[in-house]
Write a protein that binds this ligand. Structure first.
Ligand code: HEM
Length: 525
C-alpha cells in the first residue's frame, strides 16, 4: 500500500512540475489551462503505468500527442532517430503514438528474445481501425490477431506458394515479364525515372502469379490499380488519425475517405478475378495461386462439411489472395527501386554481376537452376535488401500476455515494433554499415557466408514473412535478367545519396532518380 501511495505521490510531483513549467511559458489562456490539465492527467497515467510495469525508458512524450511531433520530423526518419536513441536508452525504447504506448526493439538480441524465444507472447497484431476496414473484419493473414483462422490461412497460403514454386512457373513468369520491361526501358528515348515501370513490372508479375493475368504493361485496369496502390501505401505508411483518435471514425478525414473509396475499387478488382476463377475452376488443373486457394476451400468443405466453414468464407479467400498479391508487390517493388538505384550507382558491382552471370549462363537468360552459382549476384541482392530496408519498422506486433523483454516488464496488449533499419545498420554488427558492399556477404573464396545474425529483413518467428522463399529467388532472377540484358547508369542529373527520399514506418524509398540504359551485346539472348 505504501509503495502505491509513494508511486502516486511521485507521479503527481512530476506532473505538477510539468504543469508549472507549461503555465510559466504561456500563462493565462483557456487553451493553456486545458493543455495543463490534459498534460497532468496524461503524465499521471503514463507514470503510473510505467511504475506499475517498469516499462522500458524512452523520450519525453506529450499527453495525447505523445512523440508524434518528433516522428513527423522530415529531417530524419524516426527509425533512424530511434537507432541513435539506443545510446541513451538501450535497445528497448518506449514511444507514444499519440496516446498509445508502443515498445520498440532496436537490436537483434532483444528482437530474437521477443520473436523466437518468447514467440507466443509477441505473436499478436494490435487492433487498427483502418486495417479492420481494409481486411473486412480481420479475415486476412497480415493484420489478423494470432487465432485459429490466422493459423489456417497462413498454412494455406504457404502451401499455395510452395505449389507454385514447385514447377517452372516462377522462372517462366520472371523471364517473360522482365523481357517485356527491358523492351520498355530500351524504348525510352533518353534518361527516365524507372519507378512506374518497376511498379508495373511487379504488378504484372504478381497478377500472373495470382490470377494467370495478362502480360500487358498497358492494360488499363492494371494501370489504374497500380496508381491507386502507390498512393495507398504512402497513406497507410503514414498512418490514419482515425486509428489513434476513435471519435474521428464517425467524421472521417478526407484522407481516410479517399483510402476507403480506393479500397472498394481495389477489392472489387480482386473479387472480380476470383469470381472468374470460380467459373472455370477444375481441381485437376491448378493454374495459379487463386486456384490453389480455391482448391483448399473445396477440400475443407468436403472434409469438414459446410457447417464448419466459418473460417473459410469467400471473404477469407479474397483476403488471402489480397495478402499475397499486395504483400508480394509492395515489398518487391521497393526492393527493385533500390536495387536499380544501387546497381546504376556502383558500376564496379554491376560489372562483377555481369561477369558472373555471363560465365554461368552464356547466351541464355538466367534461370532458377543457376542460383547456386550466382553467389556474387545473390550477395548483391542481400546487400540491396540490407541497405534498402524496405519495411523499416516491420509490421506491428502485440503482446498476448504480461511478459518481459531485455529485463523490462511489458504488459499484455502492448504494441511492439521491430526496428529493422536499426538491425540492418547496427555498427556493432556491420562494418561501415552505410557503405554498399556486397562482398560483406562473401567469404575469402567468394562463397556466400551463412546468414549474419542481424540480417532479418523478413523478420523471424511465428509472424515471419511467409513470402521469403518466393521473394529471394524471384528478386535474384529479376536483377540477374535485367543486368544480363542491360547496362544501367545514373543519368547526369541524378547523384547517389545514401539518405532515403520517401519514408514512413513501412516505406523506405530512394529519392526520385533517373537512369540511362543501353543494350549489352553480351546480353543478346
Ligand atoms: C523483399 C521482399 C519482402 C520483404 C522484405 C518482406 C518483409 C516482411 C516483413 C518484415 C513482414 C512482417 C513480419 C513480422 O510481423 O514480424 C512480412 C510479413 C508478411 N509477408 Fe513479406 N516480405 C517480402 C515479400 C513478400 C512476398 C513476395 C509475399 C507473398 C507473396 C509476402 C507476404 C507476407 C505476408 C502474408 C506476411 C504476414 C505474415 C503474418 O502476419 O503471419 N511478403 N513480410
Amino acid at each position: 500500500m505504501s509503495e502505491i501511495l509513494s508511486t502516486v505521490k511521485d507521479a503527481c510531483h512530476q506532473a505538477l512540475d510539468t504543469v508549472r513549467d507549461l503555465s510559466r511559458r504561456a500563462p493565462g489562456t483557456i487553451t493553456t489551462q486545458a493543455l495543463c490539465i490534459g498534460a497532468a492527467v496524461g503524465i499521471v497515467s503514463y507514470l503510473l503505468l510505467k511504475k506499475r510495469y517498469r516499462l522500458p525508458p524512452g523520450p519525453f512524450a506529450l499527453p495525447l500527442i505523445g512523440n508524434l511531433i518528433a516522428m513527423s520530423n522530415s529531417e530524419e526518419p524516426y527509425y533512424i532517430t530511434l537507432s541513435r536513441l539506443t545510446e541513451k536508452y538501450g535497445p528497448v525504447i518506449t514511444v507514444y503514438l499519440g496516446p498509445v504506448p508502443c515498445v520498440t526493439l532496436n537490436r537483434v538480441d532483444v528482437v530474437m528474445e521477443a520473436l523466437v524465444k518468447k514467440g507466443g507472447d509477441f505473436s499478436g497484431r494490435p487492433y487498427l481501425y483502418s486495417m479492420e476496414v481494409m481486411t473486412e473484419g480481420f479475415k486476412d493473414i497480415i493484420f489478423a490477431n494470432d487465432s485459429t483462422a490466422w493459423k489456417l490461412h497462413r498454412k494455406i497460403a504457404v502451401q499455395a506458394l510452395r505449389h507454385y514454386m514447385s514447377g517452372a512457373h516462377l522462372e517462366e513468369v520472371v523471364q517473360e515479364v522482365v523481357t517485356k520491361a527491358v523492351e520498355k526501358m530500351l524504348a525510352e528515348p533518353g534518361a527516365f525515372n524507372p519507378h512506374s515501370l518497376n511498379m508495373m513490372l511487379m504488378f504484372v508479375m504478381l497478377d500472373m502469379f495470382c490470377f494467370g493475368g495478362s502480360k500487358d504493361f498497358d492494360e488499363p485496369k492494371l494501370v489504374a490499380q497500380r496508381d491507386f496502390f502507390d498512393k495507398f501505401t504512402t497513406d497507410v505508411g503514414n498512418g490514419f488519425l482515425e486509428d489513434i483518435f476513435p471519435p474521428l471514425r464517425y467524421f472521417p478525414t478526407k484522407k481516410f475517405r479517399s483510402f476507403s473509396d480506393g479500397l472498394d475499387e481495389f477489392l472489387g478488382y480482386i473479387y472480380e478475378r476470383i469470381d472468374e476463377h470460380r467459373k472455370h475452376f477444375s481441381p485437376s488443373n491448378i493454374r495459379d495461386i487463386t486456384d490453389s486457394i480455391l482448391l483448399a476451400q473445396k477440400q475443407a468443405e468436403q472434409e469438414e462439411g459446410s457447417g464448419a466453414m466459418q473460417f473459410f468464407t469467400n471473404t477469407h479467400v479474397g483476403q488471402t489472395v489480397l495478402d499475397l498479391f499486395a504483400g508480394g508487390i509492395d515489398t518487391s517493388r521497393m526492393t527493385l527501386d533500390w536495387g536499380i538505384y544501387y546497381i546504376a550507382s556502383f558500376p564496379e558491382v554491376q560489372k562483377r554481376m555481369q561477369a558472373e552471370i555471363d560465365t554461368v549462363t552464356g547466351d541464355r537468360l538466367p534461370g532458377l537452376a543457376d542460383r547456386p552459382r550466382l553467389q556474387y549476384t545473390e550477395a548483391t541482392l542481400y546487400e540491396i535488401m540490407r541497405m534498402g530496408t524496405v519495411v523499416p519498422m516491420g509490421l506491428p506486433h502485440k503482446t498476448a500476455v504480461d511478459t518481459t523483454i531485455g529485463g523490462y516488464e511489458i504488459p499484455k496488449d502492448m504494441m511492439v515494433l521491430i526496428n529493422h533499419w536499426a538491425l540492418l545498420h547496427d555498427p556493432e554488427k556491420w562494418d561501415r554499415p552505410s557503405e554498399f558492399r556486397p562482398e560483406r556477404f562473401l567469404d575469402a573464396q567468394g562463397k556466400l557466408i551463412s546468414r549474419p545474425e542481424s540480417w532479418l529483413p523478413f523478420s523471424a518467428g511465428r509472424r515471419s514473412c511467409l513470402g521469403e522463399n518466393v521473394a529471394k529467388p524471384e528478386l535474384l532472377l529479376i536483377f540477374a535478367c535485367i543486368v544480363k540484358r542491360l547496362q544501367l547508369s545514373l543519368a547526369p542529373g541524378s547523384k547517389y545519396d545514401y539518405k532515403p527520399g520517401i519514408s514512413s514506418f513501412i516505406l523506405h524509398l530512394p529519392k526520385p532518380y533517373e537512369i540511362i540504359v543501353t543494350e549489352r551485346s553480351a546480353g543478346k539472348v
